[in-house]
Design a protein around this ligand. Sequence first.
Ligand code: PGA
Length: 256
Amino acid sequence: MSTRPRPLVAGNWKMNGLRASLTELEAMVTANNTALSSNVDLLICPPFPLLQMASSMTLDAAKGRRISIGAQDCHTKESGAHTGDVSAQMIADTGATYVIVGHSERRADHAETDAIVCAKAEAARRAGLTAIICVGETHAEREAGRALDIVRAQLHGSIPQGMGASHLVIAYEPVWAIGTGLTPTAADVAQVHALIRAELVNLLPQVGADVRILYGGSVKPSNAVELMGVENVNGALVGGASLTAKDFLGIAAAYL
Ligand code: PGA
Protein backbone atom coordinates (compact mmCIF):
# COMPACT_ATOMS: atom_id res chain seq x y z
CA MET A 1 0.00 0.00 0.00
CA SER A 2 1.63 3.20 -1.06
CA THR A 3 1.00 6.61 0.45
CA ARG A 4 -0.70 9.41 -1.44
CA PRO A 5 1.80 11.09 -3.81
CA ARG A 6 3.02 14.51 -2.67
CA PRO A 7 1.01 17.16 -4.55
CA LEU A 8 2.48 19.35 -7.28
CA VAL A 9 1.01 22.67 -8.40
CA ALA A 10 2.58 23.56 -11.75
CA GLY A 11 2.24 26.80 -13.70
CA ASN A 12 2.46 26.83 -17.50
CA TRP A 13 3.13 30.39 -18.64
CA LYS A 14 2.76 29.37 -22.31
CA MET A 15 3.91 32.18 -24.68
CA ASN A 16 3.52 34.81 -21.97
CA GLY A 17 6.11 36.68 -19.97
CA LEU A 18 8.97 39.10 -20.46
CA ARG A 19 11.83 39.68 -18.04
CA ALA A 20 9.62 42.07 -16.07
CA SER A 21 7.23 39.19 -15.38
CA LEU A 22 9.87 37.56 -13.21
CA THR A 23 8.74 39.87 -10.40
CA GLU A 24 5.74 37.52 -10.14
CA LEU A 25 8.08 34.54 -9.81
CA GLU A 26 10.06 36.45 -7.19
CA ALA A 27 6.83 37.04 -5.26
CA MET A 28 6.02 33.33 -5.45
CA VAL A 29 9.46 32.41 -4.11
CA THR A 30 9.13 34.87 -1.23
CA ALA A 31 5.67 33.64 -0.30
CA ASN A 32 6.55 29.95 -0.48
CA ASN A 33 6.82 29.63 3.28
CA THR A 34 7.39 26.53 5.38
CA ALA A 35 3.67 25.84 5.76
CA LEU A 36 3.16 25.75 2.01
CA SER A 37 6.40 24.04 1.03
CA SER A 38 5.91 21.27 3.55
CA ASN A 39 2.59 20.34 1.88
CA VAL A 40 3.05 20.93 -1.84
CA ASP A 41 5.72 21.21 -4.54
CA LEU A 42 5.54 24.31 -6.74
CA LEU A 43 6.75 24.52 -10.33
CA ILE A 44 6.74 27.31 -12.91
CA CYS A 45 7.33 26.65 -16.61
CA PRO A 46 8.20 29.98 -18.26
CA PRO A 47 8.97 30.43 -21.97
CA PHE A 48 12.50 29.42 -23.06
CA PRO A 49 14.09 32.92 -22.99
CA LEU A 50 13.29 33.25 -19.26
CA LEU A 51 14.37 29.73 -18.30
CA GLN A 52 17.94 30.48 -17.24
CA MET A 53 17.00 33.55 -15.22
CA ALA A 54 14.04 31.81 -13.60
CA SER A 55 16.23 28.88 -12.72
CA SER A 56 18.92 31.06 -11.13
CA MET A 57 16.51 33.18 -9.11
CA THR A 58 14.69 30.21 -7.57
CA LEU A 59 17.86 28.56 -6.30
CA ASP A 60 18.70 29.67 -2.78
CA ALA A 61 22.23 28.80 -1.73
CA ALA A 62 21.14 28.07 1.83
CA LYS A 63 17.66 26.66 1.37
CA GLY A 64 17.94 24.87 -1.97
CA ARG A 65 15.40 25.25 -4.73
CA ARG A 66 12.34 27.14 -3.47
CA ILE A 67 10.25 26.66 -6.61
CA SER A 68 11.09 24.19 -9.35
CA ILE A 69 11.51 25.43 -12.90
CA GLY A 70 10.57 23.60 -16.07
CA ALA A 71 10.24 24.10 -19.81
CA GLN A 72 7.12 23.71 -21.93
CA ASP A 73 8.55 21.44 -24.64
CA CYS A 74 11.76 19.74 -25.73
CA HIS A 75 13.12 18.08 -28.86
CA THR A 76 13.44 14.30 -29.09
CA LYS A 77 17.19 14.47 -29.83
CA GLU A 78 20.12 15.71 -27.73
CA SER A 79 21.65 17.99 -30.34
CA GLY A 80 21.97 18.47 -34.07
CA ALA A 81 20.61 20.29 -37.10
CA HIS A 82 17.17 21.24 -35.78
CA THR A 83 16.89 25.00 -36.19
CA GLY A 84 14.89 26.69 -33.48
CA ASP A 85 14.52 23.59 -31.30
CA VAL A 86 15.73 23.08 -27.74
CA SER A 87 16.90 19.75 -26.33
CA ALA A 88 16.10 18.28 -22.92
CA GLN A 89 19.81 18.40 -22.15
CA MET A 90 19.89 22.15 -22.79
CA ILE A 91 16.91 22.58 -20.48
CA ALA A 92 18.61 20.57 -17.75
CA ASP A 93 21.77 22.64 -18.28
CA THR A 94 19.88 25.78 -17.14
CA GLY A 95 19.11 24.09 -13.82
CA ALA A 96 15.49 23.38 -14.78
CA THR A 97 14.20 20.01 -13.62
CA TYR A 98 10.88 19.50 -15.42
CA VAL A 99 9.53 19.66 -18.96
CA ILE A 100 5.92 19.57 -20.16
CA VAL A 101 5.47 17.29 -23.19
CA GLY A 102 2.42 16.70 -25.36
CA HIS A 103 0.42 19.72 -24.24
CA SER A 104 -2.75 19.82 -26.34
CA GLU A 105 -1.66 23.15 -27.86
CA ARG A 106 1.51 21.47 -29.15
CA ARG A 107 -0.40 18.39 -30.26
CA ALA A 108 -2.73 20.72 -32.23
CA ASP A 109 -0.34 23.48 -33.41
CA HIS A 110 2.66 21.25 -34.18
CA ALA A 111 0.92 17.99 -35.10
CA GLU A 112 2.58 16.13 -32.23
CA THR A 113 1.53 12.49 -32.16
CA ASP A 114 1.64 10.13 -29.20
CA ALA A 115 4.83 8.63 -30.68
CA ILE A 116 6.51 12.05 -30.75
CA VAL A 117 5.34 12.80 -27.21
CA CYS A 118 6.72 9.43 -26.09
CA ALA A 119 10.10 10.19 -27.69
CA LYS A 120 10.16 13.58 -25.97
CA ALA A 121 9.40 12.00 -22.59
CA GLU A 122 12.22 9.53 -23.27
CA ALA A 123 14.55 12.45 -24.10
CA ALA A 124 13.54 14.13 -20.85
CA ARG A 125 14.38 11.01 -18.88
CA ARG A 126 17.81 10.73 -20.57
CA ALA A 127 18.51 14.32 -19.53
CA GLY A 128 17.42 13.65 -15.94
CA LEU A 129 14.29 15.80 -16.23
CA THR A 130 10.81 14.91 -15.00
CA ALA A 131 8.38 14.78 -17.93
CA ILE A 132 4.83 16.07 -17.45
CA ILE A 133 2.90 14.19 -20.13
CA CYS A 134 -0.42 15.85 -21.01
CA VAL A 135 -3.50 13.94 -22.13
CA GLY A 136 -7.12 14.95 -22.60
CA GLU A 137 -10.12 14.72 -24.89
CA THR A 138 -11.66 17.39 -27.13
CA HIS A 139 -15.22 18.58 -26.69
CA ALA A 140 -16.41 16.50 -29.64
CA GLU A 141 -14.76 13.40 -28.19
CA ARG A 142 -16.44 13.93 -24.82
CA GLU A 143 -19.82 14.53 -26.48
CA ALA A 144 -19.36 11.28 -28.38
CA GLY A 145 -18.74 9.42 -25.10
CA ARG A 146 -15.12 8.70 -26.08
CA ALA A 147 -13.24 10.61 -23.36
CA LEU A 148 -11.99 7.54 -21.51
CA ASP A 149 -10.96 5.73 -24.70
CA ILE A 150 -9.04 8.78 -25.93
CA VAL A 151 -7.20 9.25 -22.65
CA ARG A 152 -6.39 5.54 -22.41
CA ALA A 153 -4.97 5.52 -25.96
CA GLN A 154 -2.90 8.66 -25.30
CA LEU A 155 -1.44 7.12 -22.14
CA HIS A 156 -0.52 3.89 -23.91
CA GLY A 157 1.07 5.79 -26.80
CA SER A 158 2.84 8.53 -24.86
CA ILE A 159 4.42 6.88 -21.79
CA PRO A 160 7.83 5.29 -22.40
CA GLN A 161 8.36 1.85 -20.89
CA GLY A 162 10.07 1.65 -17.54
CA MET A 163 9.59 5.26 -16.43
CA GLY A 164 10.28 5.84 -12.73
CA ALA A 165 7.71 7.60 -10.55
CA SER A 166 10.06 10.51 -9.93
CA HIS A 167 10.59 11.12 -13.65
CA LEU A 168 6.95 11.09 -14.66
CA VAL A 169 3.88 13.23 -14.01
CA ILE A 170 0.62 12.90 -15.93
CA ALA A 171 -1.60 15.94 -16.51
CA TYR A 172 -5.23 15.35 -17.47
CA GLU A 173 -6.35 18.44 -19.36
CA PRO A 174 -9.66 18.24 -21.19
CA VAL A 175 -8.98 20.38 -24.27
CA TRP A 176 -12.37 22.10 -23.97
CA ALA A 177 -11.58 23.23 -20.42
CA ILE A 178 -8.29 24.96 -21.29
CA GLY A 179 -8.55 28.74 -21.13
CA THR A 180 -12.34 28.62 -21.39
CA GLY A 181 -13.44 28.99 -17.78
CA LEU A 182 -15.25 25.65 -18.15
CA THR A 183 -14.37 22.69 -15.93
CA PRO A 184 -15.64 19.13 -15.81
CA THR A 185 -17.72 18.12 -12.80
CA ALA A 186 -15.84 16.63 -9.86
CA ALA A 187 -17.43 13.28 -10.76
CA ASP A 188 -16.09 13.46 -14.33
CA VAL A 189 -12.61 14.38 -13.08
CA ALA A 190 -12.74 11.50 -10.59
CA GLN A 191 -13.73 9.07 -13.35
CA VAL A 192 -10.87 10.05 -15.68
CA HIS A 193 -8.29 10.20 -12.89
CA ALA A 194 -9.33 6.73 -11.68
CA LEU A 195 -8.83 5.43 -15.21
CA ILE A 196 -5.39 7.10 -15.42
CA ARG A 197 -4.38 5.59 -12.07
CA ALA A 198 -5.50 2.13 -13.18
CA GLU A 199 -3.63 2.45 -16.48
CA LEU A 200 -0.48 3.69 -14.73
CA VAL A 201 -0.54 0.69 -12.39
CA ASN A 202 -1.07 -1.52 -15.44
CA LEU A 203 1.72 0.07 -17.53
CA LEU A 204 4.19 0.65 -14.69
CA PRO A 205 3.39 -1.98 -12.02
CA GLN A 206 6.27 -0.98 -9.71
CA VAL A 207 5.60 2.74 -9.58
CA GLY A 208 2.16 3.44 -11.10
CA ALA A 209 0.57 4.13 -7.71
CA ASP A 210 3.16 6.80 -6.94
CA VAL A 211 3.05 8.82 -10.17
CA ARG A 212 1.40 12.21 -9.68
CA ILE A 213 -1.71 12.90 -11.75
CA LEU A 214 -2.49 16.61 -12.18
CA TYR A 215 -5.78 18.11 -13.29
CA GLY A 216 -5.51 21.06 -15.70
CA GLY A 217 -8.01 23.33 -17.43
CA SER A 218 -9.39 26.58 -15.97
CA VAL A 219 -8.09 25.92 -12.45
CA LYS A 220 -8.57 29.07 -10.34
CA PRO A 221 -8.33 29.91 -6.64
CA SER A 222 -12.14 29.68 -6.50
CA ASN A 223 -12.37 26.08 -7.75
CA ALA A 224 -9.02 24.69 -6.55
CA VAL A 225 -10.26 23.29 -3.25
CA GLU A 226 -12.98 21.27 -4.95
CA LEU A 227 -10.81 20.03 -7.83
CA MET A 228 -7.77 19.24 -5.65
CA GLY A 229 -10.01 17.32 -3.27
CA VAL A 230 -11.01 14.79 -5.93
CA GLU A 231 -9.68 11.25 -5.48
CA ASN A 232 -6.47 10.65 -7.49
CA VAL A 233 -5.95 14.35 -8.18
CA ASN A 234 -2.42 15.04 -6.98
CA GLY A 235 -2.16 18.67 -7.98
CA ALA A 236 -2.84 21.04 -10.84
CA LEU A 237 -1.39 22.23 -14.13
CA VAL A 238 -2.38 25.88 -14.31
CA GLY A 239 -2.23 28.16 -17.34
CA GLY A 240 -3.73 31.66 -17.09
CA ALA A 241 -3.93 31.75 -13.30
CA SER A 242 -0.22 30.94 -12.95
CA LEU A 243 0.82 34.30 -14.41
CA THR A 244 0.31 36.15 -11.14
CA ALA A 245 1.68 35.17 -7.75
CA LYS A 246 -1.65 36.00 -6.14
CA ASP A 247 -3.71 33.54 -8.20
CA PHE A 248 -1.03 30.84 -8.38
CA LEU A 249 -0.51 30.87 -4.62
CA GLY A 250 -4.27 31.08 -4.15
CA ILE A 251 -4.52 27.74 -5.95
CA ALA A 252 -1.62 26.19 -4.04
CA ALA A 253 -3.37 27.28 -0.82
CA ALA A 254 -5.85 24.47 -1.45
CA TYR A 255 -3.17 22.30 0.21
CA LEU A 256 -2.77 24.43 3.34
P1 PGA B 1 -5.69 27.28 -18.22
O1 PGA B 1 -4.59 26.39 -19.02
O2 PGA B 1 -5.43 27.09 -16.76
O3 PGA B 1 -5.44 28.68 -18.71
O4 PGA B 1 -7.03 26.75 -18.62
C1 PGA B 1 -4.20 25.13 -18.55
C2 PGA B 1 -3.13 24.53 -19.42
O5 PGA B 1 -3.25 24.62 -20.65
O6 PGA B 1 -2.14 23.98 -18.92
